[in-house]
Design a protein around this ligand. Structure first.
Ligand code: FAD
Ligand code: NAP
Length: 529
């Protein structure tokens, strides 16, 4: 075993890359362990057709370096997966990150060793790496969910998961294809697969809400304007609950006239993107308000989809924005194509996958290729795949058996010198994730520096502080409609997963304020050795 490092960072997505850069800048030694063969995380794995960001590219980017901001040119309003991956690779080159990243290696176990005040990390290559700090940058949406549908292993053709797509791409030309799922990944890929394939069969369990992206190439004049005002845009974004600089109409829908509501919804529909949910300030707080937005979108579905029966199946019935809103390019229009069949499996799950397709509601559907757009074991999936053990050998799996609990989404009681970037209990997936990642990384790097200055060997959150944060998380979640539906936010997509609203829904500004206050009060809620 080599001399202990200051930190092992797990994952080389945007979080792990920036964590490495920041620690190096402060003179710490660190190694990143990454399961993939390259950087980029989400954008390394999710190479399905149509994959792109749904936060505008100029905002879905790092802000730690004004030089990087100025030199990088985004070409589309919503960048494609290849362009975002190219950006991640550019950052890795620019800051010479690769020499401290070990690719093609998975962390399998990590144990806090009390005698050493540090961690012993084990990998699938049989290595044991000692480090004072363990920092996970393993991603909130990085553990693909393959549902246990009977017969899945017997399918004779190729099966692809959107979250682990072949690097060489897949050509569906002339093929018949089955897609299971209608979440964001499906909604982005279905229109493209339908254009390629001879026939596409979509299996839908829950009809989903989506708003048009109105994606387009970026006008160079607009890019110049953004670059000139980048600092101000980033500052404004930090004052917004989702960390995205967008126009929030700060009035309740229930107090607006029917005409004003229509005007707002139509204007935002025409503009495109996630700003639709900012049409009014009570859409996620009040059922009646939510219904006005949901009805507007439902009407759109019925207007776009020509076959009334298909339109009815596609019309969402639940709360809009409760599951994450999708952003699409021609999704509903796709169901007007003669080569697309929609199968409603709301009331009866797929009976089984057969060697030649699927059997649902007593009917056989045949296809050559199967696409699982079935999402992720979100927020805790990647963390709990690793055997992480804190004080007294207690495992994180046991500590979180009733759902994850953290202090600030950053640290876990009983797990000293352990930090989770965008862990459960942080705003993470409810925000533009790049600024949220940067805020976490900066907080952790500053914390490590403070510990070094104070000569502190071990930091650990107090169980009471963690409990209070969990209670606060639960109480803010209960105020919103978002905690009411069976989404991946509450773990409902994974059978047996404890139902806890995992991300912090109090908004990015309140969260940043809290993190800063904790530091200002001498790391309130933490104990030191
Ligand atoms: P990831 O990018 O998930 O990286 C985690 C890395 O950790 C992975 O490379 C993984 O291989 C590695 N890893 C995990 N476990 C281990 C282990 N045990 N050992 C070694 N390595 C391990 N967010 C937005 O804000 N806007 C968007 O538009 C947006 N679009 C998205 C589109 C898709 C298709 C998906 C799936 C997510 C999207 N997200 C979006 C969320 C996205 O995950 C984040 O924006 C961001 O990329 C996360 O970066 P990360 O570094 O935290 O995690
Ligand atoms: P998802 O939102 O969890 O969607 C998974 C889909 O698969 C759902 O329609 C789900 O149905 C269905 N499903 C799961 N198990 C099933 C089963 N056994 N039988 C039938 N259907 C099943 O996953 P995702 O689409 O990959 O998106 C996950 C998140 O990643 C998004 O919410 C977003 O945060 C991010 N993302 C963003 C973008 C973007 O636009 N930038 C693109 C992709 C992903 P139910 O709804 O009934 O559970």
């Amino acid at each position: 075993m080599t001399a202990p490092l200051d930190a092992v960072i797990v994952g080389a997505g945007f979080a792990g890359m920036y964590m490495l850069h920041r620690l190096r800048g402060k003179g710490f030694t660190a190694r990143v362990i990454e399961a993939g063969q390259g950087v980029g995380g989400t954008w390394y794995w999710n190479r399905y057709p149509g994959a792109r960001c749904d936060v505008e590219s100029v905002q879905y980017s790092y802000q730690f370096s004004p030089e990087l901001e100025q030199e990088w040119e985004w070409t589309e309003r919503y960048a494609t997966q290849p362009e975002i991956l190219k950006y991640a690779n550019h950052v890795a080159d620019r800051y010479d990150l690769r020499r401290d990243i070990q690719f093609g290696t998975r962390v399998t176990k990590a144990q806090f060793v009390e005698a050493d005040n540090g961690w012993l990390v084990e990998t699938d290559k049989g290595e044991r790496i000692a480090a004072r700090f363990l920092i996970t940058a393993m991603g909130c949406l990085s553990s693909p969910n393959t549902p246990k549908i009977p017969g899945l292993a017997e399918f004779a053709g190729p099966t692809y998961h959107t979250g682990n797509w072949p690097h060489e791409g897949v050509d569906f030309t002339g093929k018949t294809v089955g897609v299971i799922g209608t979440g964001s990944s499906a909604i982005q890929s279905i229109p493209i697969i339908a254009r390629q394939a001879r026939h596409l069969t979509v299996f839908q369990r829950t009809a989903n809400y989506t708003v048009p992206a109105h994606n387009r190439p970026l006008d160079p004049a607009y890019v110049r304007e953004v670059k000139a005002g980048y600092r101000e845009m980033r500052r404004r974004a930090k004052t917004m609950p989702a960390g995205i600089d967008l126009r929030i109409n700060n009035v309740p829908a229930v107090e607006a006239s029917e005409e004003e509501r229509r005007r707002q919804y139509q204007e935002r529909w025409d503009y495109g993107g996630l700003g639709f949910m900012a049409s009014f300030n009570d859409l996620l707080l009040n059922d009646e308000a939510n219904r006005t937005a949901a009805d507007f979108v439902r009407e759109k579905v019925r207007g776009i989809v020509k076959d009334p029966k298909t339109a009815e199946i596609l019309t969402p019935t639940n709360i809009i924005g409760c599951k994450r809103l999708c952003v699409d390019s021609g999704y509903w229009e796709t169901f007007n194509r003669p080569n697309v069949t929609l199968v409603d499996i709301r009331d009866e799950p797929i009976e089984r996958i057969t060697p030649t397709g699927a059997r649902a509601k007593g009917q056989d559907y045949t296809f050559d290729c199967l696409v699982l757009a079935t999402g992720f074991d979100a927020m805790t999936g990647a963390l709990l795949k690793v055997d992480i053990r804190g004080r007294d050998g207690v495992s994180l799996r046991d500590a979180w058996s009733e759902g994850p609990k953290t202090y600030l989404g950053l640290t876990v009681a009983g797990f000293p010198n352990f930090f989770t970037i965008t862990g459960p209990g942080s705003p993470s997936v409810l925000t533009n994730m790049l600024p949220s990642i940067e805020q976490h990384v900066d907080w952790i790097a500053d914390c490590l520096e403070a510990l070094r200055e104070k000569g502190v060997a071990v930091i650990e959150p107090e169980p009471e502080a963690q409990e209070a944060w969990a209670v606060h998380n639960g109480s803010v979640a209960n105020i919103t409609l978002r905690s009411t539906c069976s989404s991946w936010y509450v773990g409902a997509n994974i059978p047996g997963k404890p139902r806890v609203f995992m991300p912090y829904i109090g908004g990015l500004p309140a969260y940043i304020e809290r993190c800063e206050a904790v530091v200002a009060k001498g790391y309130e809620g933490f104990t030191f050795v």
